[in-house]
Design a protein around this ligand. Sequence first.
Ligand SMILES: [Zn+2]
Ligand SMILES: [Zn+2]
Length: 364
Amino acid sequence: MKAKAAVFNGAGKPFDIREFEVVKAPSGYGKSELIASGVCGTDLHFMRGTLYVAPPTVIGHEFVGKLTECDENEAAEYGLKPGDNVIADIAVPCGKCLLCRTGDDANCVNMGLTNGGSIDEPPYLYGGYTEINFTPLTNLIKIPDELDPKAVAVFACPGPTVIHAFRLAERANVTINGDTTAVVQGLGPVGCFAVMYLRSLGVKKLYAITAGDNKKREELAKEIGADEVLNITRDGKDAITEKLQNENDGLGVDLCFEASGAPSAVPQGMNFLRNRGVYLIPGQYSNSGGAEIQPQLITFKALQMIGSSQYSVPDVKAYLSFLCGHKQLQKTIIEMGSFYHLSDVNKAFDDAKSGKNVKTLLIK
Ligand SMILES: [Zn+2]
Ligand SMILES: [Zn+2]
């Protein structure tokens, strides 16, 4: 038996579709068949050359599939059995470093990755852009039968990314409730999920900030929970800042979630947050340059600025629980996915780069 995979050849180069021999799952691994695998912002960074991974390799880390082969006794330890739908979580924390020992394994300093294996040695297929994937059982999480795995795939990485940021906020004793006025900066996959998540927390007022001309995205943001969408291109940055500073009787907003990745978003957020406002910043994942900030605002307003980058298994589980608790969102979530056949990976990437899709995914 053979399986196709899209091989990444380095920044700026097209993917090749190659066939690989499908081998038996090694001990400790599960073999899964592709259902859907998302194209992440990280993958776009690899293509642009703003993040590096050594080619040739099978990239992608948002694999959702059906577990077809594994040692059943080993799998049972992780609550898995053949036939289960699963998410493959990419992060392999070392378990030994200072961060791992103190409850921050998502920020392990020796983080391993499940998709780092060589395509020249069996079982070859560790990444996301493949018809068959091999992932250690420790990193496979069962998708509850009540969920549509395609819906799960849409936010397989943005969902846990957002949830981890909120988990860190919780650890800082941040409360979010019916009195909270919140802003989400950016309406990519992370921003859209943050809108849904904040809405589910019952915030009083929820703004989303975007830029450029994308009416459809603005309507979508309202459909999934934003009360108002502000557009930097249309409304002007200063006018938006001023409007948000007027919230809470002129104190500013309570919470801001940065999901745009634009360095310039950060000084703006600091400006419209209120005293003791909370700034969650998971959006600045690659180095897109600097921005001038007034550090004085951090002190004077006693801002709570919380960074967040990766996630680990508990966040993926929390994401699945969120979806189980909000099944009414499933249909809309699937509609937010643009699904391409694996063989159309180059077209999928072009469309993902253009920003026209909320979320780009590959299917068999
Ligand atoms: Zn991702
Ligand atoms: Zn560690």
